[in-house]
Design a protein around this ligand. Structure first.
Ligand code: CA
Length: 231
């Protein structure tokens, strides 16, 4: 099922890799660990993670250089990013934040603290991953229970339609481009074409019935918009 938080860890020290993998998996995240910024970039190119944990000091390209590169690219500009630094690198902390990191943690860190930092960044940057139910115009989506109801009646949605609805409900009254919607669907499926979004929108509208037809508008030349009906 969807709504899994995918954490990409770029870290070159094996003991810290293991600690991160263990504690993040315990917290229920899906974890991918790579050793270099170059490998991380390849991962990000094939699929956007929900959040990136980036070590500052890496062999080859540094964490700062990678962060700068990610922030200068429209596709990765908003990727939630937490820098991991060593104590000796304190002077680099500010540098980390200047490159657009959302937060930083200093080694040695408490895994519990790190998990709560990740959740805080996700709440701030990507509320649709934070797990709170949303209600709009009689449609209620509960990410934890993975359920959708319309006027109290359960609706059966496929996982992609569920994610699409979740994203639209967290960005109401805003025209979203097909590209934005594609990026929101399970990270970034680079191979998916614009028209794929249309197929999922059609299915989503059909599943929601008349409510879906009025709530999810086509924005000509752009994409789609979920409209909050007047109270
Ligand atoms: Ca390092």
């Amino acid at each position: 099922m969807s709504s899994v938080v995918r954490v990409l860890v770029i870290e070159d020290e094996a003991p810290i890799q293991e600690l991160l993998r263990y504690s993040l998996e315990q917290a229920g995240f899906a974890v991918t660990v790579v050793t270099t910024a170059e490998q991380g970039l390849a991962e990000i190119r094939s699929e956007l993670p929900s959040v990136l944990l980036l070590d500052l000091m890496l062999p080859g390209m540094s964490g700062v250089a990678l962060a700068k590169q990610l922030r200068s690219d429209a596709r990765t500009r908003d990727l939630p990013l937490i820098m991991v630094t060593a104590r000796a690198e304190e002077t680099d902390r500010v540098g980390g934040l200047e490159t657009g990191a959302d937060d930083y943690v200093t080694k040695p860190f408490s895994p519990k603290e790190l998990v709560s930092r990740i959740r805080a960044v996700l709440r701030r940057r990507t509320p649709h991953l934070a797990g709170n139910p949303v209600d709009i115009g009689g449609v209620r989506l509960d990410p934890s229970a993975h359920t959708v109801t319309v006027a109290g009646q359960p609706v059966d949605l496929g996982p992609t339609e569920f994610e699409l609805l979740q994203y639209l409900m967290h960005h109401p009254n805003r025209a979203m481009t097909r590209e934005q919607l594609l990026n929101a669907l399970r990270g970034d499926h680079a191979a998916l074409m614009d028209r794929t979004v249309d197929v999922y929108v059609r299915r989503l509208r059909a599943a929601l019935g008349p409510t879906g037809e009025t709530m999810i508008e086509t924005v000509r030349g752009t994409g789609y918009k979920l409209t909050c009906p007047p109270q």
